[in-house]
Design a protein around this ligand. Structure first.
Ligand SMILES: NC(=O)CC[C@H](N)C(=O)O
Length: 372
């Protein structure tokens, strides 16, 4: 039996029948979710609080997780600077080794943070084996347990990830305003936006009104926005029919519009394209994307399990970015309207800051449109 430094055991189960026993950490409990992996070597406070990971059990392939602990949350203009939302969003965490921190700004360990927020973790399991399974068979449902004994893990899988509308957990119930010095107001349709996106939009000079994911076009247009952002969010875009309708209705106003990740997928559906489930998705902070207008390659942050493929691109749009590894369409531009999208995360957090120019491009589109 493995020595468990927290004194508890844990397990991870995949729905193909794989069952690995290891050590428990974080809170005691059992959770189910879609099992996904990220190859990011750092940035776990940001990734774990990214609302797009809602409903998922995260495997981190980097073998040591927790080395630099968890900082105190820092807000500026109501926007978190060091987390992507106010709480941990993943259902559970699977790592090879969970460590105690050594860093000047660490306020608690990964173990303490997860214990406080009711998130179970499992360590001392072969994450490489798990990732090979997921890469070979595709993303699967699974069960994680920490500190409790579980006889029939499969019985804990209560629903399929692709059928759940997680935005009802991650979208705000009423509008939230981040007032800037300028009167350049944009509306952000918030299905669980990462604070890194808010921060970049705020730094670009916008006053941001975050409206619930289920807002109608009238509720959005009542703010007389200069531009619209459809942000990231959890789950399957194909079941978010109302959001897709809202995107189509907003397009009628011909305002500068930026879609990021879920926003890119919703834009694709609204413009009569297709979005498919990928085999195991892209979750990393070093994925290449090629800008087809300049032929330049950028290193970018990804977190998506659905994707747009070349044959699914909507009419009236051109491919802006493509992933050279597998050809997934990573960005679109409308041929006539000021609508641009990225599947990757230009705000990074965590990740390289190479792509924040996308927010400046959007700002230029807003200024140009104001002049018309
Ligand atoms: N980061 C996101 O917005 C993710 C979009 C969508 N839920 C996906 O997994 O593909």
């Amino acid at each position: 039996m493995t020595y468990c430094k927290r004194g508890t055991e844990g397990l991870i189960y995949l729905e193909d029948g794989t069952l690995l026993h290891g050590c428990g950490f974080g809170s005691s409990g059992v959770k189910f979710g879609e099992v996904v992996f990220t190859t990011a070597m750092n940035g776990y406070p940001e990734s774990m609080t990214d609302p797009s990971y809602r409903g998922q059990i995260m495997i981190i392939t980097h073998p040591l997780v927790g080395n630099y602990g968890v900082p105190e949350p820092q807000f500026r203009n109501g926007i978190l600077q060091n987390f992507e939302s106010e709480q941990i969003q993943i259902e559970g965490l699977v790592v090879t080794e969970e460590t105690d921190p050594s860093k000047w700004n660490s306020s608690k360990s990964l173990h303490q943070w997860m214990s406080e927020q009711n998130i179970p973790g499992v360590s001392s399991v072969d994450t490489r084996l798990l990732v090979k399974k997921v890469r070979t068979l595709g993303s699967m449902m699974g069960v994680i347990a920490s500190g409790v004994s579980v006889d029939d893990p499969a019985g804990y899988i209560k629903a399929r990830y692709d059928e759940i509308d997680f935005t009802k957990f991650t979208s705000p119930k009423s509008p939230i305003v981040h007032q800037n010095d300028s009167d350049q107001l944009i509306v952000l349709v918030d299905c669980g936006v990462k604070h890194g996106i808010l921060d970049e939009l705020f730094k670009a000079g916008f006053t941001i009104v975050r409206v619930p994911c289920k807002s109608t076009v009238d509720e959005i247009m009542n703010y007389s926005p200069k531009g619209i952002v459809f942000g990231n969010g959890p789950g399957n875009p194909n079941i978010l029919k109302d959001l897709v309708k809202t995107f189509s209705a907003v397009m009628e106003y011909k305002l500068p519009t930026l879609g990021i990740c879920l926003g890119h997928q919703v834009a694709t559906l609204a413009m009569s394209g297709n979005v498919r489930k990928m085999k195991f998705g892209h979750r990393a902070i070093n994925k290449p994307v090629v800008d087809l207008t300049t032929n330049r390659c950028y290193i970018s942050t990804h977190n998506h399990g659905y994707g747009v493929y070349k044959e699914d691109v909507p009419p009236d749009t051109q491919i802006w970015f493509v992933n050279p590894d597998d050809g997934v369409v990573e960005g679109l531009a409308h041929k006539r309207l000021p609508v641009i999208t990225t599947q990757f995360h230009p705000e990074s957090r965590p990740g390289p800051n190479d792509n924040t120019w996308i927010f400046q491009k959007f700002r230029k589109m807003v200024i140009k449109n104001e002049g018309n």
